[in-house]
Design a protein around this ligand. Structure first.
Ligand code: ADP
Length: 268
């Protein structure tokens, strides 16, 4: 009943000399599991009080006759903060699912999925033309709809958030000999080279020294990273400070599939 988990690594020194390193990571794995369980339980438990709070705030809003600006303002502030907390809880729960749930794949119509995501984002923009979708390939891939939807949505919403309101954002789906690639390119503020390796860590946010304060939690790219890990895909970030960024998701070409029937996407 006392299983040991070993992490094994082979170090090669050339001339046929190899060193086998085995490390007992049983305790580390146990703590990792406890962390995941803890985050999952706390996020889950926070859902009920949040729903109750939102309900009462709606009642207060309905009762507000506009006589007291203090009341109106307070309700608005509380609603904004509960919304923020709701987003945090949703993101934590999604991250837990991506980390722990068993993979259940199907043949996903990525061009249709991207069309849907771009549409959803453009309807809330002042300038819907801002998003340009370039479908250089029509291929479908084996994957998980929720994970792909979350990854692509997060990349697109970041590109919109971290670039000026009128700056164009290009979403592409194309393929080369080795991979099928989804990329999001913006003409925004960019990311300094030193920050690039860290942006997909949980809660990591680059210091923003700009007048326009951008709301965020710092979980979006962690979600992207875990969603891509479930697809053996990798994320490549190229960026130029002051010029813009490009986030590319590389899916192995072996994941391309032919749909048996016309796959229907679920409603978001
Ligand atoms: P959030 O957007 O909630 O802060 P993310 O995990 O999505 O969290 O992103 C982490 C950080 O990476 C952001 O705070 C931002 O500093 C930087 N970042 C992400 N996407 C972009 C982008 N397209 N352009 C510039 N910076 C970005």
């Amino acid at each position: 009943n006392s299983q040991i988990t070993l992490a094994v690594r082979v170090v090669s020194y050339g001339a046929g000399l190899r060193l086998l390193l085995a490390q007992d990571v049983t305790q580390l794995k146990k703590m990792e599991r406890m962390r995941k369980d803890f985050v999952a339980n706390v996020s889950h438990e926070l859902r009920t009080p949040l729903t109750v709070l939102k309900g009462y705030l709606e009642t207060l809003q309905d009762m507000d006759d506009g006589e007291s600006s203090l009341l109106t303002n307070s309700v608005q502030q509380m609603q904004a903060q509960t919304e923020r907390m709701q987003n945090l809880v949703d993101d934590l729960l999604l991250l837990t699912r991506l980390e722990t749930q068993q993979r259940k794949t199907q043949c996903i119509n990525v061009p249709a999925l991207l069309t849907q995501i771009c549409k959803e984002h453009s309807v809330i923009l002042n300038n819907p033309e801002r998003i340009e979708l370039i479908l250089g390939a029509q291929v479908h891939i084996v994957g998980e709809e929720l994970a792909l939807r979350s990854a692509f949505s997060n990349l697109l919403s970041n590109a919109l958030k971290y670039s000026p309101d009128d700056a164009p954002v290009k979403v592409r789906w194309y393929q080369n000999a080795e991979a099928v690639i989804m990329s999001v390119e913006d003409n925004g503020e960019g990311i300094a080279a030193a920050d690039i390796p860290r942006v997909s860590e949980r809660f990591y946010r680059v210091e923003i020294k700009r007048s326009k304060k951008v709301q965020g939690i710092g979980l979006g790219l962690a979600i992207v990273k875990h969603a891509l890990m479930r697809h053996d895909a990798r994320l490549v970030i190229t960026s130029d400070v002051g010029k813009g960024s490009c986030f590319s998701c590389y899916f192995p070409i072996s994941q391309v599939c032919t749909p048996k029937t016309n796959t229907v996407l679920t409603e978001p």
